[in-house]
Design a protein around this ligand. Structure first.
Ligand SMILES: Cc1ncc(COP(=O)(O)O)c(C=O)c1O
Length: 389
């Protein structure tokens, strides 16, 4: 069976180093390892600030909460999101009293384009757009960013599925005010569980640190801490337990920080191997236009994904594939499919937008894993199954 997730990249090596670290370290809760990782990740992503979280879902929740705390979003505001995404991209919008508005994607990229976005803007006034870069791909996101600038819409990128992808010479995750990442075990690099928010906005980064830990200021930079304490006329004694704004406890641990630092060293190699696998499998599978709708990614400089999607021409083809893959290749639906079909969304939202592409992806789509430890034989087997129905 070719599993979706094999392991953390170089798992044996990681486990050995981790056990030495755990035996030696004096601190396991959030500390220097996490902070070092944040610096390294911000450098890699070419962003001024990175905040490390205990999951990608937490990063999404914290980002929305931070924007509310700062007054950049207000309860009841409409926030757009990609109709094909993951549950915990949308859930924070509902949980925190915003009005989610689904934006349809394009079938050939699985992502929102400026055209589908424009259609939404004709009907809704959005305060923010939380776009998802689905499975390492993107639409014309530079154009979307321009539209958001023109209309004063805060662009947020859920980049949990696209770490390392590049469009128009820029890494995905660098087109908006802030972007989120996931380091779950099956993702590009792994800290077992983990996530991050990257931004160049100092005030937002400061608020994210407050949201991440109880609403207090302990993880702020010393100069930010000092300013805040003098603004609130707060003594050092009471500052220890002063809670400035709404928060949670979404901190990662030093185990995750240590792993993150180790995985960062391997990230370029991981991305290169996955890209090579993807190009090889896509070339063989995606030109079978008789079986699958064409997938367009030539507009991108680099596609970095952890799974390869296909959208079948018919349900019958999809059913045949499901049968053929049983016990041979692990497959899944294309992320959460059309979010409007998810029970949680139907329960909490009256959004009835018609989403033809998202529907088709939901009904006829599936994906298989692409990880850096796939062997040549496994790649051959996948190509064989996906081209011989
Ligand atoms: C688009 C997207 N956002 C958010 C998440 C949540 O990340 P995590 O599993 O780290 O909570 C995922 C998870 O796969 C995802 O695909």
């Amino acid at each position: 069976m070719i599993k979706l997730i094999k392991s953390i990249y170089r798992e044996r090596e990681m486990k050995k180093a981790l056990s030495r670290f755990v035996a030696k370290t004096k601190r396991l809760s959030f500390g220097k390892e996490c902070q070092d990782f944040e610096k390294k990740f911000a450098e890699y992503q070419e962003r001024k600030r990175c905040l490390f979280f205990n999951s990608g879902s937490s990063a999404n929740l914290a980002l929305v909460q931070a924007l509310l705390n700062l007054g950049k979003l207000k309860k009841g505001d409409k926030v757009g999101f990609s109709a094909v995404t993951w549950s915990t991209n949308v859930m924070p919008l509902i949980q925190l009293g915003l009005k989610p508005v689904a934006v349809d994607v394009e079938l050939e990229t699985l992502n929102v384009s400026s055209e589908t976005f424009r259609e939404t803007l004709k009907k809704h006034k959005l305060s923010a757009f939380f776009v998802t870069n689905v499975l390492g791909f993107c639409g014309d996101i530079a154009e979307i960013a321009e539209l958001c600038r023109e209309k004063d819409i805060a662009l947020l990128e859920d980049n949990c599925e696209a770490l390392g992808s590049v469009y128009e010479g820029k890494k995905l995750g660098n087109f908006g005010l802030a972007s989120t990442f996931s380091f779950y075990i099956g993702h590009h690099m792994s800290t077992i569980e983990g996530g991050a928010v990257c931004t160049d906005d100092k005030k937002l980064a400061e608020m994210l640190a407050i949201v991440r830990a109880h609403g207090w200021d302990r993880n702020l930079q010393p100069d930010e801490q000092k300013k805040r304490r003098s603004r609130f006329k707060n003594s050092d004694f009471y500052s220890q337990y002063t809670f400035y704004d709404l928060g949670y406890n979404l901190r990662p641990t030093e185990v995750q920080g240590f792993l993150g630092k180790m995985q960062m060293k391997l990230l370029p190699e991981i991305i290169k191997k996955r890209e090579k696998n993807f190009q090889k499998m896509a070339k063989a599978i995606h030109n079978r236009y008789d079986l699958y709708y064409p997938l367009r990614f030539e507009h991108m400089d680099l596609v970095s994904n952890f799974a390869v999607p296909v959208v079948c021409r018919s349900k019958k083809i999809k059913e045949k594939l499901i049968q053929k893959c049983k016990g041979v290749i692990e497959i899944r639906p294309i992320v959460g499919g059309n979010m409007l079909k998810q029970p949680f969304y139907r329960k909490y939202s009256d959004d009835k937008t018609s989403l033809p592409s998202a529907d088709l992806i939901h009904e006829n789509g599936l994906y298989f894993g692409n990880n850096p430890e796939l062997t040549e034989n496994e790649i051959k087997k996948i190509i064989g199954v996906f081209t011989s129905i």
